[in-house]
Design a protein around this ligand. Structure first.
Ligand code: NIG
Ligand code: FE
Length: 419
């Protein structure tokens, strides 16, 4: 079979290969993944079929039907995996940016009826077509940044009908363009405005009126925000246990602003990821790593404390030393991170959380794939995986988090097609 696409002369081919059968990369594995110098990667239709040093390229598979891309000595790597976004929403919160700059805190804005609830009003008022257009706009932005898989949470409807609508929009957006979309149900973002002060009743409503209508094959994860002003530890546990009994994988937003114990609780239930974790202590991280045998991924979101003007960043370095696998994501959303620049998040993970460039790259590819159950399909370059890959405008991986705020992407390939 001839190759349909061949990328030759890759100065450094960052494979992140080898973990798919075992688990997310932990400890030293996060910085020891293979780099091939002067290499090629070959695809047949949607799939990677071969890679290796240029000297091992089988020219017999390269025919007139093969599209050949010369990387010219540049870095080639897997497409980025964005494992935590709130993709579908109406409006924006530029008006609250001023309030934040004047010193108002995130939870105070929420308590005054703004924050997440202001986006809920805009989202409920938007038509399906408007929400879809916005989601497609944001996916196009992600694609420019080399993001080839995006997790997309609901959570700005906060009633049964709108939450289901947001998941349908996310799925439709996935069908309309090449970036792959993995939907997550975050109806338990905060209690809906109709349930103010009655969080447990709101969760009962979700368990009775929404979860039974979702198919875990299509919406694989259920997420909850465990925080003051959102849901308590006890409510979150009860809700996640029910979601698990119904066949969903689990995720949690926890230890973002306070240490309520949400990460440890969700990890004990076997959550695929624990997200934010800015207030998670290294001791608790070590307990989680041991208890889950490194299967639960801590998703670090360094652009959030930056945008919320907070000093506290998750101790990512300590998490890695404790054996907890970490991923990095933007948390793209209109309130705490209106940025799709995952490269900037990588730089910030190095600057503020102590990751090395190699760890940060693993965190935004293979470990991010694990954090959304996509490790069989994406996050590394190896035969049998989807041909989602990037040619970057740099010649050494160390440059990637160094060029602060730049987009190093020169070419994006999704499913073997040059975009
Ligand atoms: O992940 N922390 C809770 N939820 C989102 C922000 C949502 C919003 O402010 O609109 C987050 O940061
Ligand atoms: Fe989030």
């Amino acid at each position: 079979m001839p190759y349909s696409l061949l990328i030759r002369n890759c100065g450094q081919l960052l494979t992140m290969a080898g973990s798919a059968a075992r688990g997310p990369l932990t400890g030293a594995q996060m910085r020891d993944w293979p780099i091939l110098e002067n290499a090629f990667v070959a695809c047949e239709n949607d799939w990677v079929v071969a890679l290796g040093p240029m000297s091992e390229l089988l020219e017999t598979h390269v025919t007139a039907a093969t599209q050949v891309l010369d990387a010219g000595g540049r870095v080639v790597m897997p497409g980025l995996v964005e494992c935590h976004t709130h993709l579908v929403f109406g409006g924006n919160r530029a008006h609250e940016f001023q309030r934040k700059l004047q010193g108002e805190a995130y939870l105070d804005i929420l308590a005054s009826g703004g924050g997440i609830l202001s986006t809920v009003r805009a989202t409920r008022a938007a038509s399906d077509a408007e929400l879809l257009e916005n989601a497609l706009h944001h996916l196009a932005g992600f694609r420019c940044y080399g993001v080839t898989t995006v997790e997309a949470k609901s959570g700005y409807g906060l009633d049964a009908e709108t939450e289901l609508r947001l998941l349908r929009v996310a799925q439709e957006a996935g069908r309309r363009q090449p970036v792959r979309v993995v939907p997550t149900f975050l109806g338990a973002h905060v209690p809906g405005p109709e349930y103010k002060g009655r969080p447990a009743e709101y969760l009962d409503m979700l368990m009775q009126e929404v979860l039974p209508h979702l198919n875990p094959q299509e919406v694989p994860f259920v997420d909850i925000f465990c925080e003051e002003g959102a849901f308590s530890l006890a409510d979150a546990r009860r809700y996640l246990e029910q979601a698990q009994a119904m066949g969903f994988g689990l995720k949690i937003h926890a230890e973002q602003l306070h240490d309520l114990g949400g990460c440890e609780m969700a990890a004990a239930l076997g959550a695929v990821s624990i997200d934010h974790a800015d207030y998670l202590t290294p001791a608790a991280a070590a307990r989680i790593a041991t208890q889950t045998q490194g299967q639960t991924v801590a998703v670090l979101l360094p652009l959030v404390p930056l945008f919320l003007r907070q000093d506290r960043y998750a101790p990512g370095r300590a998490f890695i030393e404790a054996g907890l696998p970490v991923a990095v994501s933007t948390d793209f959303n209109p309130g705490s991170c209106p940025s799709k620049n995952l490269w900037l998040a990588l730089s910030m993970a190095c600057l503020k959380m102590g990751l090395t460039p190699r760890e940060a790259l693993a965190a935004a590819t293979i470990n991010a794939a694990w954090a959304i159950g996509q490790q069989q399909h994406c996050g590394s370059l190896e035969p049998g995986k989807r041909a989602d890959l990037l040619v970057l405008d740099v010649r050494h991986y160390e440059e990637i988090p160094y060029w602060l705020g730049e987009n190093p992407v020169r070419h994006v390939v999704i499913g073997g097609k040059l975009e």
